[in-house]
Design a protein around this ligand. Structure first.
Ligand code: MCN
Length: 813
């Protein structure tokens, strides 16, 4: 990977901004980290889940007798056996409309199965192997029904997934913003240019290195229970388990041990978590479950799954005058934790980074199918929105006959317009899109590539160069909580932090974030070290255990730094304020005369009179000589509800060479320029961007959950579902600009999803750019050689049956 840094902004002098190696890596790299599945729990019973092989079927009978009689099997339960254990259906925390339809969903199906992988029965046994053998011995009689796998067919209600609802549509959510009534239609009527595009966001299967795993351990005499689980959301999960199972919340502890990635798929409340807790309580024995890789492909949520219709209207200069979007979003068989809200998260981004007047019309219908439920996957709604606007901006550029980068520049929100109140009413905190685009263009050698293209993409050449551009906003750190309430989102947007200076001046930080690969232990230690003037090695970051960190909103949506990290910084400020009172008292100085520099309090103007933080920490511990009324000990807690979202942004560019004879796409160069405000640790930022880019690139070129018309997943192994290997990853050049956020004291914005948001449209725009000279105006994702070759062939067929010739700035006809 080539790393390029904007020299004007590479000015780190303190701990913040330095490229500190991650504190969490040695234990991971040496295999010493303890993941849920590594936990030794004497006496635990292993749970295995029998899953439906049908996408849609009635359960006529279940015979568990043979399984129950197998040696080593402790119990077998069907859905009907366990109905008394559920105090409430499985939770959906985002009822996006008041009339949203949400069929009751329990951890095991009882009458009907609604997707391949739906749980039907469980076995508890003395080993994992016995449990898996025993589920094979359960005999289920099904009456198969027609599957519903096609989104548009689902919308027609021809076959109902949940007949009791009377429709497959769960909800329709609208956002119409018009300066005056009819502004959108008028803009389209008066437009010089319009484009109408249809894109398909294929379903993706999140592939964390660690599949899910659960261990539920009840205390011997009833009462408390500890749930260890590979989750991103121990705090949210605790509340949801309490509500769904009727467990007293104060008797429940949730721990996320080392978690090997989540990418949104572990931001959920899963049937297996509820089953393990419910069964452990029922029988008073620890119960554990490990997801197999093949289960992971059907029993954990999937991402994306949308059909997008987008229309742009533009004036004679190519300035956008209106955007209209119609989405059909695949919910799958049931609504999981935030399934319905995912496309709504994108609703605010279909005008991208452009200065759109109040002429925006968005509508989304969430539709049930007989497929695995969908939910958050890295970017969650925002990559989809960015894909649609960025692909259609290229279509508009072709329509006008202007360079795609030039068209973007004509439409960018300008730096002086920030803070910018968007047509949606949301305020974008800060930005400089042209700067990010210019850095990207320089890194890719934009003009030189365009000339190479003109020379290379001549008639008859079999290798075509294409250059794709994508500019984006990443809407993250969603807050304040009352704004989330206006979207019907059931959780808050705040985060909690405690900073505790121990008697020997070592520091404990307790955070409500729950890292699973993002490096919070390092980043939070850096923030504290910078603030307190100490060594980052002297800071220990405690997280992901509700007994240690009882308050939190967890990790997702690139929120942890702009909300949780800022809370840590604020807790440092609070602890310094308390320490200052002790220092003033002990130095017999006025509090207002003290300054805190490099870890010590000094009397302003009298540098010889100082007291280090370490001395104050010990004084706070002994409490022998504190100011009257001041509580002993040096710790502060903050719960921070930010006043606004944070808005990272950037421009990605991708250079490809497409072999028109085979459809093979070779990514020659990838440039990602991301601006996430001030960077706490540039190395972690680059890692996040790098991983994110590869996930977007994977959607563009390789990955897709492919189902047959009966609802069977055809890509259920890693031989069929093409997660890119290291050798598939092209050279990635990372650059960045720094535009601090004015919303928080650290000036930071999140970055965890940026790479994924920017990358898929950059890659696909590059492919279409390479082939536009051949009449290709769209290629579906994933752009496998076969798909690309078919797109070329049908364009050739069309061009021989018409006299129209298509031209583009990128290609030669
Ligand atoms: N960071 C920084 N300076 C910035 C922005 C971020 O140094 N200006 C650092 C932060 O301090 C933190 C990391 O970058 O160490 C990511 O911070 P942030 O952007 O706040 O994102 P979160 O920590 O909230 O992570 C969530 C995000 C999401 S939504 C997905 S999905 C995702 C991702 O992070 N899943 C991941 N990155 C992942 N990385 C790994 N290894 N595994 C996953 O499952």
């Amino acid at each position: 990977m080539t790393i390029t840094q904007d020299p004007a902004t590479d000015t780190a002098t303190g701990v913040i901004g330095s490229r500190l190696l991650r504190k969490e890596d040695p234990v991971l790299l040496t295999g010493e980290a303890v993941f849920t599945n590594d936990m030794k729990v004497p006496g635990a019973l292993y749970m295995a889940v029998l899953r439906s092989p049908y996408a849609h079927a009635k359960i006529l009978a279940i015979d568990t007798s043979a399984a129950a009689a197998m040696p080593g099997v402790s119990a077998v339960y069907t859905g009907a056996d366990l109905t008394d254990l559920w105090a409430a259906p499985m939770p959906c925390a985002w009822p996006v409309t008041d009339d949203m339809l949400n069929p009751p969903h329990h951890p095991l199906a009882t009458d009907t199965v609604n997707y391949v992988g739906d749980g039907v029965a469980v076995v508890l046994a003395h080993s994992d192997a016995i449990a898996h053998d025993a589920i094979e011995a359960i005999d289920v009689t099904y009456d198969a029904m027609e599957a519903v796998t096609d989104l548009e067919d689902a919308l027609s209600d021809r076959v109902l997934v949940h007949p009791e609802l009377g429709t497959n549509s769960s909800y329709t959510w609208n956002l119409l913003v018009e300066e005056t009534d009819g502004a959108v239609q008028r803009a389209f009527d008066n437009a010089t240019y319009t484009v109408t595009e249809r894109y398909v966001q294929q379903r993706l299967i999140p592939m964390a290195m660690e599949p899910r795993a659960v261990v539920a351990v009840p205390q011997p005499f009833g009462g408390d229970l500890t749930l260890y689980t590979s989750t991103q959301i121990p705090h949210v999960l605790k509340v949801m388990v309490a509500v769904t199972l009727g467990v007293p919340e104060h008797q429940l502890r949730v721990v996320a041990p080392a978690v090997g990635g989540g990418f949104g798929a572990k931001l959920d409340v899963y049937a297996e978590e509820l089953l393990c807790v419910a069964l452990a309580r029922k029988i008073g024995t620890p119960v554990r479950w490990n997801e197999t890789r093949s289960e992971n492909t059907v029993a954990s949520i999937q991402g994306r799954g949308q059909i997008q219709h987008i229309e742009l209207a533009a004036d004679s200069d190519g300035k956008l005058t209106a955007v209209r979007v119609r989405l059909t979003a695949d919910m799958g068989a049931y609504l999981q934790l935030i399934t319905p809200g995912i496309p709504i998260l994108g609703a605010f981004l279909y005008a991208g980074v452009y200065d759109l007047p109040k002429a925006y019309d968005f509508s989304c219908t969430g539709v049930f199918t007989t497929l695995t439920p969908t939910d958050a996957y890295r970017g969650a709604g925002r990559p989809e929105a960015t894909y649609a606007i960025e692909r259609s901006m290229d279509a508009l550029a072709r329509e006008i006959g202007v360079d795609p980068l030039e068209l973007r520049r004509r439409n960018f929100i300008q730096p002086e317009q920030f803070p910018y109140e968007a047509f949606t009413g949301l305020v974008y905190d800060s930005g400089d899109h042209d700067k990010a685009a210019t850095i990207a263009a320089d890194l890719v050698g934009y003009d030189a590539v365009r000339s190479r293209q003109a020379t290379q993409n001549v008639e008859g050449s079999t290798k075509r160069l294409g250059l794709g551009v994508s500019s984006y906003f990443e809407m993250c750190g969603l807050a304040p909580s009352r704004v989330l309430a206006s979207l019907n989102y059931s959780a808050g947007g705040w985060e909690a932090a405690t900073v505790r200076i121990l008697p020997t001046a070592k520091v404990q930080v307790v955070t409500g974030t729950s890292p699973h690969g993002q490096g919070h232990e390092t980043s939070w230690a850096m923030i504290v070290a910078d603030k307190l003037g100490i060594d980052p090695d002297d800071v220990d970051v405690l997280h992901s255990d509700t007994a240690i960190a009882p308050l939190g909103m967890d990790t997702y949506g690139s929120r942890s730094l702009p909300v949780g990290g800022v809370a840590v910084s604020m807790a440092c400020d609070k602890v310094i304020e308390k320490a200052k009172q002790i220092a003033a008292h002990q130095m017999e100085a006025n509090v207002d005369d003290l300054e805190f520099v490099n870890g010590e309090f000094r009397v302003a103007g009298t540098p010889s009179k100082s007291m280090p933080l370490a001395a104050i920490a010990f004084a706070a511990f002994t409490a022998h000589d504190l100011p009257d009324g001041l509580e002993p000990n040096l710790e502060a807690q903050v719960t921070y509800d930010p006043p606004n979202f944070s808005w990272p942004f950037g421009t990605h560019m991708c250079l490809v060479e497409v072999d028109v004879e085979t459809g093979d796409v070779d990514v020659l160069q990838y440039v990602a320029v991301d601006d996430c405000g001030n960077q706490v640790n540039p190395m972690i930022v680059e890692g996040q961007v790098h991983g994110g880019v590869i996930q977007g690139l994977a959607q563009a070129l390789y990955e897709g959950a492919d189902y047959d018309s009966d609802g069977n997943l055809r890509t259920s192994t890693l031989a069929d579902y093409l997660v890119p290997a290291a050798s598939d990853v092209p050279p990635i050049t990372i650059g960045h600009s720094v535009t601090p956020s004015p919303t928080n004291s650290l000036g930071v914005k999140g970055v965890g999803e940026a790479g994924t948001i920017g990358s898929a449209p950059a890659v696909m725009n590059a492919i279409v750019d390479a082939l536009s000279g051949l009449g290709v105006s769209d290629v579906a994702m994933p752009a496998s050689p076969n798909t690309v070759w078919n797109a070329i062939s049908s364009a050739r067929t069309n061009s021989t049956s018409t006299t129209t010739t298509t031209t583009s700035p990128g290609g030669t006809p």
